[in-house]
Design a protein around this ligand. Structure first.
Ligand SMILES: Cc1ncc(C[n+]2csc(CCOP(=O)(O)OP(=O)(O)O)c2C)c(N)n1
Ligand code: SF4
Ligand SMILES: [Mg+2]
Length: 320
């Protein structure tokens, strides 16, 4: 005799974050246990992101995390908010559509160096120049981790992998230079072993009104061990943080970086590996969200409140 399916009791968990509700806390934000290899740098990025969300205390249901494909792109599974895992390299256009269609949401995209600079390189370029409001975190391990060690666009010359058994031959992408020239309005860089720095960079990026990007060097312990030791003082490396101008009139201030100076940012981007860490560039430029909002308002005024359907029909009529 077959028995009727027993449905699990629905447990109502009150949403957190925002005014008048319980503060967003890590215990609310944690979902699945990450499936990354023990020691993977991505764990630290996730832990920092929980801290960022705790600080921002946005309503939980207003947060969206989006990703493509890769180890790093599993990120949304581990954040208990809205989210999606899309096809390889295509997280940005999807995330941009969410940002434009739902201005009440806070949109974050996560991905790897392959997802962002290889298959998704074209989308990255256009997302940056369009300045749609969202934050993109690139977890750069300079290898394709998920598919078990192929050369990625940020792998250095000489890197031995399954696709380059004799060592990579091609000039790697310089992420900071690429993002600056593409037109991103907030460009920063951090290292997964520098937790406070990484948290600060992601927090500043999230608070930026426009397309903000943070590249985080996140070691793949399985297929690119020690890749970023050069910037890790605990491994004998040198940590070179960018000091931002304080505009305090002090003589030391002259040597500090002005993040609105694009040429100065490019100079920092051209430094030899492991390079600098911090905010390279931060400027205000109208967002695509604002430009589209203004266009809709102007059109509504001109068309005296006609409905979307009426506007569509009259546009088609003109095209006949
Ligand atoms: C269209 C398409 N091409 C190729 C793949 C295979 N693939 C999956 S993840 C990946 C690269 C992932 O590298 P990266 O973005 O650097 O992420 P990581 O795993 O290193 O975090 C590739 C080539 C795919 N899933 N879809
Ligand atoms: S393969 Fe590399 S990037 Fe992927 S989870 Fe393991 S250590 Fe992390
Ligand atoms: Mg990678």
């Amino acid at each position: 005799m077959s028995s009727a399916p027993v449905s699990a009791p629905v447990v109502e968990v009150p949403a957190a974050g925002g005014p008048g509700r319980a503060p967003l806390a890590k215990k609310t934000l944690v979902s699945d246990h990450p499936t990354w290899c023990p020691g993977c740098g991505d764990f630290a990025v996730l832990a920092s992101f929980y801290k960022v969300l705790e600080k921002l205390n946005y309503p939980q249901e207003s947060i969206v995390t989006f990703a493509g494909i890769g180890c790093s792109s599993r990120f949304p599974y581990f954040v208990n908010c809205h989210g999606g895992h899309f096809i390889h390299g295509r997280s940005l256009p999807f995330a941009a559509a969410i940002s434009l269609g739902r201005e009440d949401l806070h949109v974050f995209a996560f991905g790897g160096d392959g997802d962002g600079f290889s298959i998704g390189g074209n989308h990255l370029f256009h997302a940056a120049r369009k300045n749609t409001r969202m934050t993109y975190v690139i977890m750069d391990n300079s290898v394709y981790g998920l598919t078990k060690k192929q050369t990625s666009p940020t792998s250095p010359i000489g890197f031995k992998s399954k696709t380059d058994p004799w060592g990579a031959m091609e000039q790697p992408v310089n992420p900071m230079k690429t993002l600056l020239t593409a037109g991103a309005t907030f460009v920063a860089r951090s290292h997964a072993t520098q937790v406070n720095h990484m948290t600060e960079m992601m927090l500043r990026a999230a608070q930026h009104d426009g397309f903000s990007v943070v590249e985080i060097l996140s070691e793949c312990v399985e297929f690119n061990e020690g890749a970023f030791d050069g910037a890790n003082p605990r491994k004998g490396g040198t940590w070179r943080p960018i000091e931002l101008k304080k505009h305090d009139g002090s003589p030391e201030d002259a040597a500090r970086h002005d993040p609105t100076d694009e040429l100065a940012a490019l100079k920092l981007a051209l430094a030899d590996a492991p390079g600098y860490f911090g905010v390279f560039y931060e400027v205000k430029r109208p967002t695509k969200n604002q430009l589209e909002r203004d266009l809709v308002t102007r059109t509504r005024e001109k068309t005296k409140g006609a409905s979307a359907l009426q506007l569509l029909e009259s546009t088609f009529a003109k095209m006949r």
